[in-house]
Every structure is written in C-alpha cells, then in structure tokens.
Design a protein around this ligand. Structure first.
Ligand code: S3P
Length: 428
C-alpha cells in the first residue's frame, strides 16, 4: 500500500499512543514462564508483539485475547512443549533474541525463523554467549536465522561483559541465566533499556562505570499483571512533528518515560523544543506521564555518542528534526543503526537526500546541514519495509510544499497500526 502525505499546517489535538512494543513482548514472554496467571492490559496490537504471542501459543501456552487485554496462564520455567513447526518471529528482533534466550535456557528443541529482514540480521551476538552457557544452538552460516535449538545438559552460569550496548542481547543472556543454578552476571558499561530488569525484579549493583545485573533459577518470575504504557518510541515521531510544524499544540497521553528510553526528549529540549511533562506517575514498575509539545525554533547539536543506546530507535526521526535546526548537527558512533530492520543510516540518508536536505553519510553516522526555512521536496519515498523509515518519511513529508508518497506504508503496522489515521487526525 502507498500512502499519500499532504502538507500540514500544524499538528493539533490529543493522541492515544500505541502500547509500548518492548514492554508488550516482555510482558507476554515473562508471563509464560511465571507460575501464575497474568492479565496484561493495553497489550500492543502491532504485528511484532503479535509474533511473540503466536510463538508462545506454538510452545503450548494458553493465551486469551480480548482486544488489548491478554490473559496468559504461566507454565513455569519447564512447561514449554517442543513446537511441532518452526516458530515464526516475523520481523521482530526482540521476539527472536529474547525467546531464543528463554528456550536455550529451558532446553527446548525448536527452530526460530523470521522474514527476509530478520533473516538478514546477525544473531551471532546471542549465539556466542548462549553457547558458552551450554546451549546447543546452530544457525545459518552460524549467524543468521533459522536458529535451531536442542536439549542440553543444563545452563552454566557465566560472567559476561556486554560487547555492545544492546538491550536485546542483555535480556537474552539474563533470560537464559534464569535457568542456571548459580547466578549469571551481566556487566553493562553503557546503559540500554532496562525493562527486563524492572519487570523481573532482577538484582543489580554499580560496577565500574556501569552496573552488574544477575539472574538465576532462584529468581521468582512475577505475574505480569499491569497496564502497558504508551510507546515512547512512537511518541518521538509526534515530538519532532509538533516541534517542526508551526501552529502545533499536541498532547500525548500516558507516555512511557523510562529514563533508559528518553534520550531524544533531552536532546530535543537541549535543541530548544517546547516539550512539557505533566502528571508523572508509576504504572507498575514503569514511569509514565502526559506530554505537551508545541512548535519552537531548534538549535543544532552534536549528539553525544554515549546517548545513542538511549535513543537508538529515535535516531531516524531525530535526523528529521536536524533538517530544521539552525545549522549543522552530527551523529557519530551509531554504526548499530546499520543492523536494524534495514540499514537505517543509509536509508535515512537516501530519504533526506531525496527530500533535498544537505547530508553527509559516514560509516558510523551522519551530518545534516539544518535550515529553519527548509522546505522538503515532495517526493516518492521508499520505506525499505521498515516501520520507522515510513513514519520518519511521513513526518518529513508533512513539511513539504506538495503531496508525497510513502511506499509500502503498511509496514507501520509493525509497531504503530494507527499511525496513518493519527497523522490525518492531527493534521486537521
Ligand atoms: C529493543 C532493543 C533495541 C531496539 C529494539 C527493541 C528491545 O535493540 O532497537 O527496537 O525491546 O529490547 P538492540 O538491543 O538490538 O539495540
């Protein structure tokens, strides 16, 4: 499907964000290995968290779904059946990496597959530590899906220093560690999203410049009965959209504001964006707030590379904001963007260049010459089948002088099924 995006003269109104994708995955996975029954409210209706649910059903988990309420009867750590057919993780890296950690720990015999995009993403980062922990695991060229798991003689505890700042890798190792008699210890130097630690109440303590997190079979896996917050990563598109559209005043309700995710909020504020949080509160173990954004002029910024894991999914839309800043902004140290649903550095470079922005692509980043009066050329934009590329191109196009087209626009269903509807509504 191709979507047409018309120029907007401001983003106004109130948006109910889609439920957080990262938390939805975890809620379902952890509910399955709890000994209790969980009722998860506001579970995401997007395609990726649906992949997690369908894999769990194949593993023998009873799941009932009534709109956004999902009820899961946990089977404990050893209750999975060996699935008769491959577990299709679709487009979802989080499903594949976290589920592999759990199944490797549990000694389940299974094959995990994914779509073309997921099958092209490296799984070496999880295969290597899981093997060291005693898992019997193999993969295409020892790196790519399909991943095959077989029963093994037990999980060996491990002290593991994360070689990359990745919440998926951290979670994968900690989840496998839940099946070992002695604690598995994960040392994290640069913080990445900490939903796994919060939702499982894992113990951690400061270690060097970072922290050490532990998991073992003595950790009780709590029922996951809570309301999933609105997705901060979805909010980021509106934060930038309303910041760059004159005449905007947008309210976002119930936004997850976990500090390990809110890098772009601080960066945009530093750039001069007008964003306020109200009614900050806790929802289960996650902080949430309402957010108000209005238009303002933006200053350029050199993004601190240490912040990258804190805003990894928001970098594409941050690049759109950079186009409208008063000067040159830079991102360096973001090589990890090349390993997402598509190579997001190259894809964004092409989208921005297609719109007439002045950009320089680097191996690990991008430089963007911003201009507050930048008028993107209306164009036909490739989404690269990547939800975040499609949404970034749409926000950019809403500032163009004429109609633009976003190709394969239905890929937004991966994280934000109502994106196009919301865009039309707030554009008036
Ligand atoms: C995620 C972690 C991040 C992020 C992805 C979701 C998660 O990936 O890009 O969209 O839910 O843990 P990495 O851990 O690979 O950086």
């Amino acid at each position: 499907m191709t979507e047409t995006v018309r120029p907007a003269s401001g983003f106004n109104g109130t948006i109910q964000l889609p439920p957080d994708k990262s938390i939805s995955h975890r809620a379902a996975l952890f509910a399955a290995i709890s000994d209790e029954k969980s009722i998860i409210e506001n579970y995401s209706e997007a395609a990726d968290p649906a992949s997690t649910l369908s894999c769990l059903k194949q593993l023998g988990i009873q799941i009932e779904r009534e709109k956004n309420r999902v009820t899961i009867q946990g089977v404990g750590r050893k209750g999975f059946i060996n699935p008769a057919t491959p577990l299709d993780c679709g487009n979802s890296g989080t499903t594949m990496r976290l589920l592999t950690g759990i199944l490797a720990g549990a000694g389940v015999t299974a094959e995990l597959t994914g779509d073309d995009s997921l099958s092209g993403r490296t799984m070496k980062r999880i295969i290597e530590p899981l093997r060291r922990m005693g898992a019997t695991i193999s993969a295409q060229e020892d790196e790519f899906a399909p991943i095959s798991l077989k029963d093994h003689s037990g999980i060996k505890p491990m002290r593991y220093t994360l070689p990359i700042a990745s919440a998926q890798l951290k979670s994968c190792v900690l989840l496998a560690g839940l099946f070992g008699d002695e604690p598995t210890e994960v040392i994290e130097q640069t913080p990445s999203r900490d939903h796994t630690e919060r939702l499982l109440n894992l113990t951690s303590e400061p270690y060097g410049q970072g922290k050490i997190i532990r998991s073992s079979s003595s950790d009780t896996i709590p029922a996951q009965s809570y309301t999933v917050p609105g997705d901060f990563s979805a909010a980021a598109f509106w934060m930038v959209g309303a910041a760059i559209q004159s005449g905007s005043e947008l309210i976002l309700k119930n936004v997850g504001i976990n500090p390990s995710r809110t890098g772009i909020l601080h960066v945009l504020k530093q750039m001069g964006a007008n964003i306020t949080l109200t009614d900050e509160r806790m929802q289960g173990s996650e902080p949430v707030a309402d957010m108000k954004i209005s238009n303002s002029s933006l200053q350029p910024i050199d993004l601190d590379p240490k912040l990258i894991p804190n805003c990894i999914d928001e970098l594409p839309i941050l690049m759109v904001a950079f186009c409208f800043a008063n000067g040159r902004s830079t991102i360096r140290g973001a090589e990890e963007l090349r390993h997402k649903e598509t190579d997001r550095l190259s894809a964004m470079h092409e989208i921005l260049t297609n719109a007439g922005a002045e950009t320089t692509l680097r191996d690990d980043g991008i430089e963007i010459e911003g201009d507050p009066d930048f008028k993107p050329q209306n164009a036909e934009f490739n989404s690269y089948h990547d939800h975040r590329m499609a949404m970034a191109a749409a926000i950019l196009s809403s500032k163009a002088g004429g109609e633009s087209s976003i190709l394969d626009a239905d890929c937004t269903a991966i994280s934000y099924p109502n994106f196009w509807k919301d865009l039309k509504e707030v554009s008036g």
